[in-house]
Design a protein around this ligand. Structure first.
Ligand code: RTP
Ligand code: MG
Length: 148
């Protein structure tokens, strides 16, 4: 089964949105196989957003992600990378549809509430970067036969 990495950013944690966002993930039918509240080192932030290291906003992005705790998650499900991105919405919350997490809660591109892996390859890299193997749990959801 496919896995993806989602991370509620410091603005989402600071605005007490963990519960609301996790609730959407559960209601959609995605399975949480790992989750933790954590602070992000500068090194981890720079590695995670390495593809943007030459962009003008890189410094601000690293400062923001390291500015307070984040809530990191690994989700499992059919086609979950794409489904996760759909739940998250577009990069700019102003362009994200209502009903998406960024569309409902975010206002600015620099503080857009949540991160989601953008491909299966990115998801694999990010899960390995953020979680140890033993932090990911194999289990069956009650009534999971209704979901998949
Ligand atoms: P993320 O990686 O955080 O899930 O966001 P994303 O895929 O939707 O967007 P990406 O292109 O990967 O950009 C990473 C983060 O950089 C910030 N950004 N700022 N000022 C700007 O023009 C700009 N563009 C991107 C955003 O916070 C974005 O989430
Ligand atoms: Mg991205």
């Amino acid at each position: 089964m496919e896995r993806t990495f989602l991370m509620i950013k410091p603005d989402g944690v600071g605005r007490n949105l963990i519960g609301a966002i996790v609730s959407r993930i559960e209601q959609k039918g995605l399975k949480i196989v790992g989750a933790k509240l954590m602070t992000v080192s500068e090194e981890l932030a720079k590695t995670h957003y390495g593809e943007h290291s030459e962009r003008p906003f890189f410094g601000e992005l690293v400062d923001f992600i390291t500015s307070g705790p984040v809530f990191a998650m690994v989700l499992e499900g059919e086609n979950v990378v794409e489904v996760g991105r759909t739940l998250v919405g577009k990069t700019n919350p102003a362009e994200s549809a209502p009903g998406t997490i960024r569309g409902d809660y975010g206002m600015t591109v620099g503080k857009n509430i949540i991160h989601g892996s953008d491909s299966v390859a990115s998801a694999e890299k990010e899960i390995a970067l953020w979680f140890k193997k033993e932090e990911l749990i194999d289990y069956s959801l009650v009534n999971s036969s209704w979901v998949y």
